[in-house]
Write a protein that binds this ligand. Structure first.
Ligand SMILES: Nc1ncnc2c1ncn2[C@@H]1O[C@H](COP(=O)(O)OP(=O)(O)O)[C@@H](O)[C@H]1O
Ligand SMILES: [Mg+2]
Length: 473
């Protein structure tokens, strides 16, 4: 390329300020990019010392001349820093100054290429700030222990949460192997190093287990180990996030204990009811039946009006026997033993809904006979739900559906009443609470949905095997 065309090219470049300085730093040429970036026209700057392009404090400190000296001595100088435009605004500049020599090696001046990299710098500053903010965030999180291990498993960073949860200050722990957090028996069997190996191989490892604090006490931890790799895929270490789950574990334990207790109570209640039912049946009803027979014999032999009086006595005894039979069947429904759930529920619903003048239906969609435990629970829930319909719903009908769903028994009792169930019933109202507890003690669930003016649905699901879900601890 000849000199003229080259000059034209340089002149026309807009993205770079390209200009020449004489040996003393005075501006000798000025291209379109320089005009655009700096705001000065060629006439305004040619012949001026280039320190006019620097912030006043840099110019006063002699930076421009120092840069020329370095460029003259070393042939080239690169610098990044603030420069000023004609209008006084600053921009972040990347500057390359090149010393220019003639054939005989004498310094003829300098070429200077300046780029406005304000945007790139802003992006870098934003990135640094966001990294810094992120670092501060991690540093200050107290709910999680967040720290970094080197590839050998030695602690290399430590945050506030780690200090709180594990009890070590940063100075005490950095540099130590992370196996100090594990119980001695697990260290002996090599668990810490095994976990690092798994995390290194698979990228990540999650674990729950006991960990040890500085004071030797244990806590139940949820741990996530993440392998950290550099750009070239080399293992640089591990990030470790540990949460103290002791409280949650205790709360879960308490819920399990309470569930077991409720289960025992419900079972004890059933046993007691059955015992009372048999007692009433075998003792009271039998002897009253005997009394009734004697009264009939007596009435047959007595003259009037004594016979009529004895007969009415006998009627009272028969009525009492019927009420006791009802009591027995509510305490321990005999149909459950003999015929199964659907008939027991049907008999019960026919009986009470008939008396309470409610239209009613019981639909059987069972494809498997539920376990005796599930059947008893379901029957009790039906009893309580129906008694609520009677007492509270002002309904005209009630429908019961028994079905087999998800390997379990689903019971749905729907009324078309006022729909006011489900809120806080307050002291002395245990019906809904007891239904929930029965369902949960059987490892199922119960829900009550009420729509004001439309009615209430009580729905429960009970596993057919009484012990699923409660197993495993
Ligand atoms: N089917 C229903 N329709 C309307 N309200 C209901 C129904 N079932 C329950 N409720 C409301 O929920 C409350 C709590 O019921 P429950 O716990 O069985 O206690 P109790 O029957 O002793 O009042 C009842 O007092 C009633 O206000
Ligand atoms: Mg009730």
């Amino acid at each position: 390329m000849d000199d003229d065309r080259f000059r034209l090219l340089v002149q026309g470049v807009l993205d770079y300020a390209i200009f020449m300085l004489d040996t003393r730093g005075r501006i000798a040429s000025w291209n379109a990019g320089a005009e655009r970036i700096k705001g000065f026209s060629a006439e305004e700057v040619i012949g001026q010392h280039f320190s006019m392009l620097y912030p006043a404090e840099d110019a006063a400190a002699g930076k421009p001349d120092r840069e020329l000296e370095v460029a003259a001595a070393e042939g080239r100088l690169e610098d990044e820093g603030w420069r000023v435009r004609k209008d006084g605004t600053r921009f972040w500049a990347n500057v390359v100054i090149t010393a220019l020599y003639d054939d005989r090696g004498r310094l003829k001046g300098f070429g200077k290429v300046t780029r406005d990299v304000t945007d790139r710098r802003a992006a870098e500053v934003a990135l640094r700030e966001s990294e810094e903010r992120f670092r501060l965030l991690v540093q200050n999180v107290v709910d999680y222990a967040i720290f970094v291990l080197d590839p050998q498993g030695r602690v290399s960073s430590w945050n506030a949460g780690a200090a709180r949860i594990k009890g070590y200050a940063e100075e005490e722990i950095v540099g130590r192997h992370f196996s100090v957090f594990y119980p001695a028996d697990e260290v002996a069997e090599g668990k810490p190093d095994r976990q690092l190996a798994v995390a290194a191989a698979e990228g990540r490892l999650e674990d729950e287990g006991w960990r040890v604090r500085k004071d030797g006490s244990r806590f139940w931890a949820n741990v996530v180990l993440t392998a950290l790799y550099d750009d070239r895929g080399r293992l640089k270490g591990f990030g470790k996030v540990t949460r103290d789950m002791t409280e949650r574990r205790n709360a879960e334990q308490a819920v399990r204990d309470r569930g077991r207790l409720v289960g025992h109570l419900v079972e004890a209640q059933e046993v007691e009811r059955r015992r009372i039912a048999w007692d009433v049946h075998d003792e009271s009803i039998q002897s009253m039946v005997a009394v009734g027979m004697r009264l009939q014999l007596l009435a047959a032999r007595l003259p009037e009006p004594a016979a009529a009086a004895v007969e009415s006595l006998d009627e009272s005894v028969q009525a009492a026997i019927a009420r006791l039979r009802g009591l027995v069947s509510r305490l321990r429904p005999p149909e459950l033993d003999r015929h199964g759930l659907v008939e027991a529920v049907s008999a019960y619903v026919d009986d009470v809904a008939g008396r309470w003048e409610l239209a009613h239906s019981v639909r059987d969609e069972l494809t498997a006979e539920p376990s005796p435990e599930a059947a008893t629970t379901a029957y009790r829930i039906c009893q309580e739900a129906l008694s609520n319909v009677h007492k509270h719903a002002q309904a005209t009908r009630v429908d019961v559906v028994l079905s087999t769903v998800d390997n379990g028994l689903r019971v749905r009792i729907t009324d078309d009443g006022v729909g006011t169930a489900g809120g806080e019933a307050g002291a002395g109202h245990f019906g809904l609470v007891e239904m929930h507890e029965r369902a949960e003690a059987a490892h199922g669930w119960l829900s009550v949905t009420s729509t004001p003016g439309e009615g209430t649905t009580v729905e429960c699901w009970l596993p057919t095997l009484p012990d699923v879900g409660g197993a495993g601890e």
